[in-house]
Write a protein that binds this ligand. Structure first.
Ligand code: SAH
Length: 400
């Protein structure tokens, strides 16, 4: 191990790393003792030569080193077995009974650069760092040993790979992948195509929120905005909603959601409409000066895509969030329930609630917060790595 290339950090750069952040940026590095190979293991020390950890080096990436351990361990098959086993135990402990979940969530599981999703008996792997990519073989072996999946598929089409100098790649790494897997989320059926295509993903990170929100749906008229494949809508219908309407601008998504509702035996309760949520809400809340909008809904769910990818666009995003909340509040019956989510990393829980409060002010409503939501436990939050926390949500009763 002493022969590992050693990166020495500049003074003042070690604290973040000691606190648990695994990324070493180019600008933090003082010097390197000998040339390192891209994807190879290096050790990192502070300027006083104290060990900070070992990780994968990549000269092509702005993140020069991705630390894997604070200790001087071998990054070998045993290392991957222990880390992946630990990740599996977290899921088994916190999501007992779940059969589809994110098995490894990169930094959240101290395996930066590796994501593994379990869709029933098929595993889907993504490697976003050079070091991880080079070790796909050993990772596949460990996954076979721990879970004996029917197939392991690689889905490395993400654009971020080019920042690591990696080409796009997809295909089957082991076993035989079926065309389609019938994924179970909380026991409900969501078929997922395995043969590529971009609209294939399911939002595993909402799995626990689906059931938390569905608990409030019994007997309710439910409006699911940004319904995608019908995750919230179908869970609500299964939980006994009187009527469910899902809105999504993607025709492909609303068609799939309709199919999914039928498959789960709630096709009669669920309707899906292809529309822009902003336009739809506006159309249903605009009214003549002398008439108030007619509230129709007992439960409104807002789960939009991230409105912002960077800090600069946060003000625009906030205007968007405020608008949909204001209109959703107007559509709720007095005392109705609003379940709302924000997956933008740049809008934190505090700011998100502020924007909801600003909407409530304009709508002249008061809010009683009845739940705080986060990403499902298969996307663990590591507080010392802020990037691991991105999904937040609240449930409010909206009082007039
Ligand atoms: N609630 C979903 C996830 C929503 S993802 C689930 O749990 O699975 C965001 C969805 O919003 C996508 O399906 C996308 O097609 C849709 N979308 C994005 N912008 C939209 C808009 N302005 N109006 C309607 N749908 C929109």
């Amino acid at each position: 191990m002493d022969s590992l290339p050693t990166l020495i950090l500049k003074p003042g750069e070690a604290d973040r790393v000691i606190a648990g952040h695994p990324w070493i940026y180019e600008a933090s590095i003082l010097r390197i003792t000998k040339p390192a190979e891209d994807g190879g293991v290096v050790q990192v020390k502070d300027h006083r030569q104290r060990l900070l950890g070992v990780g994968f080096f990549n000269s092509k990436s702005r993140i020069r080193v991705r630390l894997l351990s604070a200790h001087r361990v071998e990054i070998d098959e045993r290392f991957f077995r222990e880390r992946i086993q630990a990740a599996l135990e977290v899921r088994r402990r916190h999501m007992p009974g779940a059969t589809s979940f994110r098995l490894v969530n990169a930094e959240s599981d101290f395996l930066t650069g590796l994501i593994v999703d379990k869709y029933e008996d098929v595993l889907v792997l993504q490697t976003s760092s050079m070091g991880m990519d080079q070790r796909k073989g050993v990772i596949v072996r460990v996954l076979q040993e721990l879970l004996a999946p029917r197939a392991i598929v690689e889905r490395n089409e993400m654009a971020s790979r080019k920042f690591e100098g990696l080409p796009e790649a997809s295909g089957t790494l082991s076993g035989e992948a079926p065309e389609e897997v019938e994924v179970r989320l909380n026991g409900l059926r969501f078929p997922m195509s395995m043969s590529g295509g971009h609209k294939t993903g399911l939002y595993l990170d909402q799995q626990s929120n689906y059931s938390q929100v569905a608990r409030l749906a019994k007997g309710a008229r439910v409006l699911d905005c940004f319904s995608f494949l019908g995750g919230f809508a179908i869970h609500a219908a299964k939980a006994g909603a009187a009527r469910v309407l899902g809105i999504d601008q993607s025709e492909e998504a609303t068609q799939a959601a309709r199919r999914n509702a039928g498959l789960n035996g709630v096709g009669g309760v669920c309707e899906f409409e292809t529309a822009n949520v902003f336009d739809w809400l506006k159309g249903h809340t605009s009214h003549k000066a002398d008439e108030a909008p007619k509230p129709e809904w007992d439960l409104v769910i807002l789960d939009p895509p991230s409105f912002t990818r960077n800090r600069a666009s946060v003000p625009d995003a906030l205007r968007g969030y405020k608008e949909i909340h204001l209109r959703a509040m107007k559509l709720l019956v007095p005392g109705g329930t609003l379940a709302t989510f924000c997956c933008s990393h740049h809008v934190d829980a505090g700011l998100f609630q502020e924007v909801i409060l600003a909407a409530a002010y304009d709508a002249r409503k008061r809010l009683r917060r009845t739940a705080i939501h986060s990403q499902s436990p298969d996307h663990p939050v590591i507080p010392s790595i802020p990037e691991t926390e991105y999904l937040k949500g609240y449930t409010f009763e909206v009082l007039s």
